[in-house]
Structures are given as C-alpha cells and as structure tokens.
Write a protein that binds this ligand. Structure first.
Ligand SMILES: [Fe+2]
Length: 292
C-alpha cells in the first residue's frame, strides 16, 4: 500500500425515494438484515453494526462513503496529505462520530462533491448476522463492505483524490469503446479485495453506478438471481465473469435505479507480486446487457 492508506470501505449512506421499497428488496432479494433507526433504514450483512444507511431524501444516489483508518496517527497523516492537495477536512463532533458508531471521525468531500468520511474505531457488534434469505455469508471483514463504482467527470482529479489522497493503489484499467474513442475505467484497491473503488470517467447526473456485494458461494449468487427474478426485479446484466477481478456475478436494478452487482469469487491482490494490466473487455463471458 501507499503509506498511509485507508483500510477499507466500511459504510455507505444512500439517499432513496422509498424506504418501504428498499426494505422488501433488502430482505427478500439481497438477503440482508434491516434495522429500523429513527430516520433511516440500516442494512446489516456481517458483524458490523450496519454497512448501508438508507435515508429517504429522494436523491436515489450515494451521499456518503465511510473509510476505516487504522489509528489516529494514520488519520492525521492522511488528513495532512489531503490538506496538502487543497482539500478541506473537518473534525466531526462526538455526536456525529457516535451516530456512525465510531470513535473519531473527520469529513471532507471528493472532487465531485461526494461526502467522504474517515474514521478510527471498531464498528463490530455482538449480535451475529442472520440472513433473512439464508445467504451463507457475505465476504467483508478486512475487505470492507464490497465495492462501489463512481461516475466521475474528471479521471485525473478522481485519481489524485483517491490515490494520492486516500492512498489507493492501481489494480488495473479496462478500456471501453471503439479505438480512438475509448474510455478508461480505473480499478483501485486498498486491501486484498481486487477493487474497492472503480472510476468511470463519464459525466452523469448520479454519482453511483453500482455497488457490489460479494457472497460466500456460487450457490448464493444463483439463489440471489432466483430471488430477484421471483420478486420481479429487473436483471440489468446477465450472469457473467469479469476479466479483471474474475468475479462471477449478475447485476440487478435497485429501487433507486442504480444497480447492485451480486457476485462470488473475486481475485485477491497480493501487492508483493501484483502486476497492473490493461484489459480491453469487461468480461470473459456473459454480463450481457438485458433490455429494460
Ligand atoms: Fe462491479
């Protein structure tokens, strides 16, 4: 890792139009627990208190991404590096930190206005996770909640913030589109998960393209596909295997319009031997876009 680096993507806050629609989708399709909070619905899928906080704002987009940092010294160093880039970083109040179930919290914004939170603390709770749809498990722990793909207006600015600022390392690139008019997708890691963030340099009205949740078995992916189809959820991309992280997954629409990728078996990166590559296709097979 570039030192210092964040440890993992630990939580997300998403503004949605309908908490009721998300409640059914989360339990029946994703197979995660929902916990009612005063003004939010919390999604749980491991030993953390929650991983995704849904608030009914009507945005149907990502509001906040929270990253775990090892300790106060590392937090201070990352903060100094961000401030050196001209990023304004604020201390959150003790109340705000407690609302995220963390010990210490600072806040800034990425170059496109996404609220980014960095924290120190342990968000684990004693209650074990029980999937309401018998998912055998979600791959999280040191690898964080999964991955997110952000639509960014400026690739260089995005890479500067997430790589030089937060300490992410390049995993690889995928070139999309015809020669001469290619877009470069950037895949970044901060722990063994192949990518925790991918950047798509496409100006778009929404920040979030998709979130990936990694389940513990191929059977979990198949059962998830069955559950999505039984619930009438639109499958936006068929079952397939990605070229770079070798994840076998499908994509489905959430009640907020963006996608969730539901996958199994992603590559884990060992920085001692990892070689960066550029691919010219996103998938080895499948992942066919399906009509709306
Ligand atoms: Fe993905």
């Amino acid at each position: 890792m570039t030192e210092p680096s964040v440890l993992n993507l630990a939580y997300l806050e998403i503004g949605v139009s309908s908490l009721a629609a998300w409640r059914d989708y989360a339990t029946g399709v994703l197979g995660v627990e929902v916990v009612d909070a005063e003004d939010a619905l919390l999604l749980r899928y491991d030993g953390a208190c929650w991983r995704i906080r849904l608030v009914e704002t009507g945005e149907d987009d990502l509001r906040t991404a929270g990253f775990e940092v090892a300790d106060d010294k590392t937090l201070k160093a990352i903060r100094a590096r961000l401030e050196g880039q001209g990023v304004s970083v604020q201390d959150a109040t003790d109340e705000a930190a407690a609302a995220r179930n963390v010990a210490r919290l600072v806040r800034c914004a990425d170059p496109f206005g996404l609220s980014v939170e960095l924290y120190v603390g342990d968000r684990a709770v004693d209650e074990p996770f029980h999937s309401p749809r018998d998912v055998s498990g979600f791959v999280t722990g040191d690898q964080g909640l999964g991955h997110m793909v952000l639509m960014v207006a400026d690739r260089a600015k995005a890479e500067a913030f997430y790589m030089q600022g937060l300490g992410f390392l390049l995993s690889d690139h995928i070139l999309l589109g015809p020669p001469g008019r290619q877009l470069t997708l950037t895949f970044l890691h901060c722990n063994p998960r192949h990518h925790t963030i991918a950047l798509a340099p496409i100006p778009a009205p929404k920040r979030l393209n998709h979130i990936m949740l990694q389940v513990a078995s191929l059977d979990d992916v198949g059962a998830g596909l069955d559950a999505a189809q039984a619930a009438g959820v639109r499958i936006s991309s068929s079952l397939g295997k990605h070229s770079n992280d070798r994840m076998v997954s499908f994509y489905m629409e959430t009640p907020s319009g963006f996608d969730i990728e539901y996958g199994f078996g992603g590559v884990e990166i060992d920085d001692a031997i990892w070689q960066t590559t550029t691919y010219d296709t996103t998938s080895l097979w499948g992942h066919k876009a399906l009509p709306a």
